[in-house]
Write a protein that binds this ligand. Sequence first.
Ligand code: FAD
Ligand code: NAD
Ligand code: SF4
Ligand code: FES
Length: 830
Amino acid sequence: MKQKLVMAGNGMAGVAFVEQLLKLNPHKYEITIIGAEPHPNYNRIMLSSVLAGDSELKDIVLNDWDWYRDNQITLHTGHTVTGIDAKKKNIKTDQGLVVEYDELVLATGSLPFMLPLPGADKEGVIAFRDIKDCNTMIETSKKHKKAVVIGGGLLGLEAARGLLNLNMEVSVVHIFQHLMERQLDPTGSKMLQEQLESQGMKFLLEKQSDSIIGKKRVQGLKFKDGTEVEADLVVMAVGIKPNVQLARDSGIEVNRGIVVNDFMQTSVPGIYSLGECAEHRGIVYGLVAPLYEQGAVLAKKLAGSETAGYAGSVLSTKLKVSGVQVFSAGRFTDEPGTKALRVQDDLSGIYKKVVFQDGKVVGAVLFGDTAEGSKLFSLIRKGEDFTGREREVLFGAEGSGGKGGGGTADLVEAMSGDEIVCGCNGVTKDTIVEAIKEKGCVSIGEIKACTKASGSCGGCKPLVEEILALTLGADNVQKVQEGICGCTLHTRDEIVEAIMSMKLTTSKEVMHVLEWKNPEGCSKCRPALNYYLGMVFPEEHDDELESRFVNERNHANIQKDGTFSVVPRIYGGVTTPEELQRIADVAKKYDVPLVKITGGQRIDLLGVKKDDLPHMWKDLDMPSGYAYGKALRTVKTCVGNTFCRFGTQDSIGMGIAMEKKFERLNTPAKIKLAVSGCPRNCAESTIKDLGVVAIDGGWEIYVGGNGGTRVRAAELLVKVKTEDEVLEWTGAFLQHYRETANFNERTAEWVQRVGLQNVKDALALQADREALVARIEKTLGLMKDPWQQIIENEDLRKAFDSLTARSPDPSAGGADNRAQGALVEKPPTE
Ligand SMILES: Cc1cc2nc3c(=O)[nH]c(=O)nc-3n(C[C@H](O)[C@H](O)[C@H](O)COP(=O)(O)OP(=O)(O)OC[C@H]3O[C@@H](n4cnc5c(N)ncnc54)[C@H](O)[C@@H]3O)c2cc1C
Ligand SMILES: NC(=O)c1ccc[n+]([C@@H]2O[C@H](COP(=O)([O-])OP(=O)(O)OC[C@H]3O[C@@H](n4cnc5c(N)ncnc54)[C@H](O)[C@@H]3O)[C@@H](O)[C@H]2O)c1
Ligand code: SF4
Ligand code: FES
């Protein structure tokens, strides 16, 4: 008869242990798991990504309901274990359930530490620990503007980045002078602060919180120095405390955490503990890598296999904030007896520090370029002696900037099979090699799907790539590729090629023919396929509305309060008294709460009710400005030579001609154009996807520029003489971009990826330009104004209305609508 194994806690550490146990001895136990949260085990690490809008709950589930069922595990979610009777060997839950055990595992994790400030119980003061907190933040951002995060550690900064993505104004309050002082030295910390400030984060450093201000809901935070900051939301991210109450109440020895020996045994026979609630040799861990190592030991112990026990872990961390690369491992501070090798390149924003003791690497900090993180972490764990040749670690044996320390390839070769490569998911080298050799994985994407390695923080990707290359052999390395999303291993180019060669015209066909793993697709591939199909076969492919993002389906941008914004097209930013009168009349008639001039020189009517949209479009009698779409947005113009005394050309006329020609064009990502009448460049043409600047006797065309979060100056594509040439080059450039960029890739990223010279080469010949222009014109000839279509076509109007019925909560950015499968994107900008 099977023994009964019961586990309190359905989190990352506990379930990873059960997975290991099932591999070693699948039939030994009848397993029951009790979890307080209502979900199956999900990847807590990826909550930062959910908050940042890059994934949804369903994307981060590690073990779905079927997994428990397939492994005959009884799962009770929404139950909290409240008592243990170690004599009778049973546990009871808050719902009155009593379960008997032979072996009991406590994997209750941590609780967020909440500063005991006066007023901390007010509405809007939360932690960031679980899905519920994530949803609270997403919901709050729809109604409120100002967020304050207390704590400038890993969690606080990831929370702050997510809140910025939710369009909140974010201030991070930190008690010390330097952010992430547990992971970074002052230099790295300062560079991090500057980078995050450039993303819009504000910092209040060396501030001690005193009290939370507000009535029922938080209105601000007061500091001990008497100053205050306004806040509609306060997120506390000041550390965690092990969740030990259950163990303590049950007479199990507890210090900071539940005290365990090297075999994860507590002071009470038959009761084990692991994860963030456990304390081993005086240390309580707060990252997943050590928890997986503990799980592997406990699995062996309970499976009856041999194990030397758990001896503690060295830690490494990586901040998961897009646009910022930070890695830290081991002992990185300057202590007596240590020496550091430092490389600082302020021009490229790169900083590397490697700390040695007795010739061995004991710690490292990397900022700006973290590619060597895995290698350094491995060197720390291996303890290889570099006495007299320390520089090789960063500069290679020749001191030439090579990979040093034997390079990643040598390191990977020297790794033992049971060494963990992916700390976030506890994946060993053996598991990855097995996935490559036995399950036929040939790409990072496949290995991720098969083993989960590289699927969380991404820090182990260079190591996984190296293992792949070594295992497959150099000749097969070119086979290594990532699919466009987890549903497929096919790259963008393969998909487009298949669409063209097999004449595929629907997403379903593509998914079927290319054997999508998930036949429904996901929020990444569905809109991408719809775009590629429309780009290749503009006539044959029927636009798949259900694959479009929610704003595109509504032909209007959803605002945080659930209302919509309406932006009619105003060609080149030029309007007339009659048009202005109509806009004013519509704004009055529909009680529009805010009329705003946008950065793109047009007028935004904000706060419109969903039901009013078609009526307003009709009354406005103006084309859609596509302010919601992956399409041509605006053509900004300066006054030009019509009125400006510096103007050399008619920038307004040129801009209007461009907007009239390319309006409604579907593009991989939004497109903004501009035309300036002289090199003073008042229309900011050099931070646009395509910007035109008038010069004496002609025009310069710049491409690949971007304002917004990642500013990039556009680069000169060509100088031309006539307006017709401007239109021809613009058409050719846009079509080349449409045909070769990845879906969702802005021109700035695309030009950077493919190189300006390649773009120039593709457009150099007149014949090639003409062919591209012919193709773009074919597409443009088919495009119709979506507002007009809905006004005129009864069927489309009904479909639009039923869209309302299917999304009763128009604030479709919310978790509910995400769950229903509505595709939601980050907020758009003009
Ligand atoms: C936003 C965020 C980002 C993070 N990013 C990283 C990262 O990049 N890298 C990294 O290494 N780590 C990261 N971490 C930390 C990592 O998530 C934790 O180390 C890990 O989840 C701990 O696993 P655990 O199983 O010990 O605890 P948990 O994952 O907290 O699981 C414990 C579970 O037990 C349940 N439970 C508690 N008490 C009871 C009870 N009495 N009865 C029943 N159930 C109970 C809890 O509800 C919980 O679901 C992050 C954490 C957060 C919050
Ligand atoms: N990328 C990652 O690896 C990652 C991401 C998120 C969370 N985590 C883990 O989750 C856990 C929780 O993260 P965390 O950042 O809350 O914990 P932490 O203990 O690492 O950092 C808390 C930070 O808050 C600061 N702080 C403490 N009291 C303060 C106060 N009164 N006012 C202002 N600042 C104060 C501390 O100086 C510290 O920098 C940790 O174990 C962390 O390692 C890891
Ligand atoms: S860019 Fe030149 S032409 Fe245009 S408004 Fe400025 S100064 Fe005048
Ligand atoms: S180490 Fe984070 S995903 Fe592998």
